[in-house]
Design a protein around this ligand. Structure first.
Ligand code: AMP
Length: 430
């Protein structure tokens, strides 16, 4: 870029850089909680044989276009750009397409059960719980059409929420039928809404042109009455699709996962067939209470170049799931970054050795810096919220001992020899 006019120069004091709109810095302790959430997710889905896949954060734009030209995510919200070689690249707005593209490229054995975690990018209007860079965790299971696989993925999401401690999550399920059932339903909706086109909101009239199913998602006032009386998907299900769905709900009943059937749950992607589902957090406002969702996408793998391979999966929003945890007062952030704080008033060399020794046995330990006074170091120990302090002064150094002080309430203290330190710390932390 050539700059023709002088650029205004701001001094550091009056110019503070900020993260771009729709993005945030996740600082500790939120970052620790974030990581704990992903860890917990990986354990839940890992217990069912799902293995991690780490797809790239950008793809050739065509990969995402396969999700359907009519979806908002593809039509309006994608961050796309031309790279230096003239390829049109898009930052991933979601990960199903990338995971399935990876499946088509590498053809791992079936069933292919994968999980992922990471950021997606959508140029959305940012607000509480809606960001331009947001994280999801999710699974994709390719191969079987078995309805019990649909029930497995739904159950795993449910168990994950339970494990976080969430109690006010509502599961909505529906079936969109086979690809043919879906087409018949879309035709019926098209005819129904077109007959009363003028009664629809302007946005819904535009949506009707590209994807009549999405009109059902409208929460705009003028559309409510028409949507209420619209044809319902269950009336268009073939026997086969109805039996598949009955088997999914039967399996959910068998494992005791509560759900409601919501005939209007259609979800965005053009490739969804048969099962669709969504999780809503009752503790959040309606505008951002969708904390996760998914469904079956039997046509997507073939669209991306693999042999016809059915698939089912879900994505859960990390940001919103944590908001739901806040609202329910569960899965709180950790209180402290370290377990132990070393206070060395004998010159500083002791702290170098002690921190290393304590870390080597797997405890988390920090220390003060810059040879501060004993008092300043004790203050730093309190601020760290560590449970225990290991204190060395000149006397302790000479005697080969340390003081282990409990910083929690009136925990007391004891003087121990060097070889008793680890044992003492462990006993007190237990
Ligand atoms: P979707 O991929 O649109 O089906 O979204 C799945 C989940 O991701 C939603 O239920 C949300 O929890 C989350 N999500 C989607 N878009 C955003 C966003 N812009 N900001 C935060 N979370 C989002």
């Amino acid at each position: 870029m050539r700059v023709s006019a002088p650029v205004a120069f701001t001094t550091v004091s009056d110019h503070v850089f900020r993260a771009p709109k729709g993005t945030r810095d996740i600082l500790w302790p939120d970052s620790a909680r974030w990581r704990a959430l992903v860890e917990s997710f990986s354990e839940v889905v890992g217990s069912a044989g799902y293995l991690e896949v780490i797809p790239p954060m950008f793809e050739h734009i065509e990969v995402f276009q396969r999700l359907g030209e009519a979806t908002d995510v593809v039509r309006k919200e994608m961050y796309a750009f031309e790279d230096k070689a003239g390829r049109v690249i898009a930052l991933r707005p979601e990960q199903t397409a990338s995971v399935v593209r990876g499946f088509a490229q590498h053809r791992p054995g079936l069933p292919y059960k994968a999980w992922y975690a990471g950021p997606n990018f959508r140029y959305e209007r940012s607000q509480k719980g809606r960001f331009r860079q947001f994280d999801q965790v999710g699974v994709e299971a390719l191969g079987p059409t078995d309805p019990h696989l649909d029930a497995e993925v739904i159950t795993l999401a449910w168990r994950f929420y339970e494990r976080l401690g969430l109690r006010r999550v509502r599961l909505l399920v529906n079936s969109l039928g086979s690809a043919e059932d879906r087409v018949r339903y879309i035709d019926a909706l098209q005819a129904y809404f077109s007959a009363d086109r003028d009664a629809l909101s302007e946005e819904s009239r535009a949506t009707l042109e590209v994807n009549p199913l999405r009109v059902l998602d409208s929460r705009r006032e003028p559309d409510a009455a028409l949507i209420d009386a619209a044809p319902q998907m269950p009336d268009f299900l073939s026997d086969d699709a109805a039996a598949h769905f009955a088997s999914v709900t039967g399996a959910l009943d068998a494992v005791g996962v509560p759900y409601s059937v919501s005939p209007r749950l259609v979800r965005g992607l053009d490739y969804y067939v048969r099962t669709t589902f969504e999780f809503a957090a009752e503790a959040l406002d309606a505008a951002q209470n969708a904390i996760g969702g998914g469904g079956r996408y039997d046509g997507l793998a073939a669209e991306l170049g693999a042999p016809e391979t059915p698939g089912v999966g879900f994505a859960l929003g990390v940001d919103r799931t944590l908001l739901a945890c806040d609202s329910e007062g569960v899965f709180g952030p950790p209180a402290a970054a370290v377990d132990v704080f070393v206070v060395d008033a004998s010159g500083g060399t002791e702290a170098v050795v002690l921190t290393d020794q304590i870390r080597l046995v797997g405890l988390r330990v920090d220390r003060a810096w810059d040879s501060r006074s004993m008092k300043a170091q004790m203050k730093a120990a309190d601020r760290s919220a560590a449970a225990l302090a290991v204190i060395v002064g000149d006397d302790e150094k000479a005697a080969g001992t340390v003081i282990v002080r409990d910083l929690r309430g009136d925990g007391g203290q004891e003087t121990v020899t060097r070889d008793q330190i680890i044992e003492t710390l462990r006993a007190r932390l237990r």
